[in-house]
Design a protein around this ligand. Structure first.
Ligand code: GUN
Ligand code: FE
Length: 438
């Protein structure tokens, strides 16, 4: 049977190649009707044109709310949920002091299951319906996450971390064990329902050439899997990669020479790229995850949004929890705006919402399946309450158009603005109750 919802709707009907053409793809229906069937979008129309065909008995009336496609988080670590906001360090010390000890706990399947449930609940409470997720080195960490996501029918991509050096012994493995465990997880979870697998070497410094050779082999054996790692985040990290891989022409070349660049390769951060690295990302059709809250929190640097467009590189938004400080994409977009301002780049609300929805789907090579309300798309969306505080109401009321209203959401918005989250055509989270509706 069909589900119909009446509300305001905002999305992007197609992918953009330049920032100044994004608005041409935007669709805003102040009074619209979304029809769903079997977890998919049937149509999005104006109330006026759909009215005569609507059965009022089954219509879900959400007038006053704004419905947008589910947010897409292109880089996040689920085991770091419990260490968000760890004080005082930059990347390499932060990893050693805080991250590795926390990740050691995920050898325990019960802990992994408990934190998986908590993590997915946080995503949904913040309107995020798809994420590209790091586990830990333990296969049981992703086993628990995939099992929990399968219950919710979420479109999720995840992988077990692969690392064999420069980390504590309790978190490292041999290249062969990493290969075998990863392979078993791919065979069990990749393309099962809406779940997909990402090969996840942590980053170059924790990877020996032998481990990267195993990752290359897996990618050749399973060419439709994703590749998810970190790149060019912190100056000390970059210098260290050059010491560890002197025969390579820079950081990205370590991945590129192991055939780990390409479509479905997602590199988090990319803050200090050389010209030839930008060119390589473009030439290989690789993607970037821009993680503004993390980059500011760890003092890593400012992502160059303008350069990313100039180079024609796909880019999505990542929260990078736990180095990132929020699960909330609205707040993350607000920080992205400030990162732009520090470089005299004006990130419009139009562009910001694009990166958080269809642009993110494009960066993950999933724009055929999710990211907007085109017919046949998977019905993942967020019901936004556009003004939930006195300040938001004041500012929203004196906003002249949808662009200004969206900008209010990204500067003043947070989890209070997420009224409902729908996954695969079903309501799975609702703010009033604060619990899973399904
Ligand atoms: N580089 C390698 N591992 C990590 C991590 O866990 N978080 C961040 N932000 N960068 C990394
Ligand atoms: Fe990260």
């Amino acid at each position: 049977s069909e589900t119909t919802l009446r509300a305001s709707f905002f999305d992007f009907t197609g992918v953009a190649q330049q920032p100044d053409t994004i608005a041409d793809q935007a669709r805003y229906l102040e009074d619209g009707v979304l029809t769903l069937h079997d977890g998919k979008v049937v149509s999005l129309e104006s109330w006026e044109s759909a009215q005569s065909r609507i059965n009022p008995a089954t219509l879900i009336d959400l007038r006053g709310k704004l419905i947008v496609p589910g947010f897409i988080d292109t880089h996040i670590h689920y085991p770091q949920t419990e260490m968000i906001g760890a004080f005082g360090e930059q990347l390499l010390e932060w990893l050693n002091q805080y991250t590795f000890p926390v990740e050691s706990q995920y050898h325990c399947p019960d802990h992994a299951a408990q934190m998986s449930a908590f993590f997915l609940h946080q995503l949904l409470a913040n309107g995020t319906t798809t994420a590209l997720v790091f586990g830990t080195v333990h296969p049981q960490s992703v086993e628990a996450l995939f099992s929990a996501a399968e219950q919710l029918n979420m479109r999720l991509i995840a992988g077990k971390v692969m690392m064999d050096r420069n980390a504590p012994a309790y978190l490292t493995e041999t290249p062969q064990a990493s290969y075998l465990q990863t392979r078993a997880l791919i065979e069990r979870w990749h393309n099962r329902g809406r779940l997909s697998y990402a090969l996840t070497p942590r980053f170059a410094p924790t990877s020996s050439p032998q481990l990267l050779e195993k990752v290359r082999q897996l990618r050749a054996e399973f060419p439709d899997t994703w590749l998810h790692t970190h790149l060019s985040e912190n100056p000390q990290e970059i210098a260290w990669v050059k010491e560890l891989f002197p025969e390579h022409d820079g950081y990205l070349d370590v991945y590129h020479q192991h055939q780990l660049t390409g479509k479905r390769s997602v590199f988090a951060h990319c803050l200090h790229l050389d010209d030839h690295e930008w060119q390589c990302l473009h030439d290989t059709d690789s993607s970037i995850a821009f993680c503004p809250t993390s980059n500011l929190f760890l003092g890593s640097g400012l992502f160059n949004i303008k350069r990313c467009w100039q180079q024609g590189v796909r880019m999505g938004i990542g929260t990078d929890v736990g180095a990132g400080t929020t699960f909330n994409i609205l707040q993350t977009l607000g920080e992205a705006y400030k990162v732009g301002q520090l470089q005299h780049y004006k990130l419009s609300a139009c562009e910001a919402f694009y990166h958080a929805t269809l642009g993110g789907a494009h960066a993950l090579d999933l724009d055929h399946a999710i990211g907007n309300f085109n017919p046949g798309k998977e019905a993942d969306f967020v019901v936004l309450d556009p003004a939930v505080s006195a300040l938001q109401q004041l500012r929203y009321a004196n906003s002249k158009d949808i662009w200004e209203k969206l900008f209010v959401l990204m500067t003043l918005g947070d989890d209070r603005n997420i009224a409902q989250t729908w996954v695969n055509g079903q309501p799975v989270w609702q703010r009033e109750s604060g619990v899973k509706a399904a």
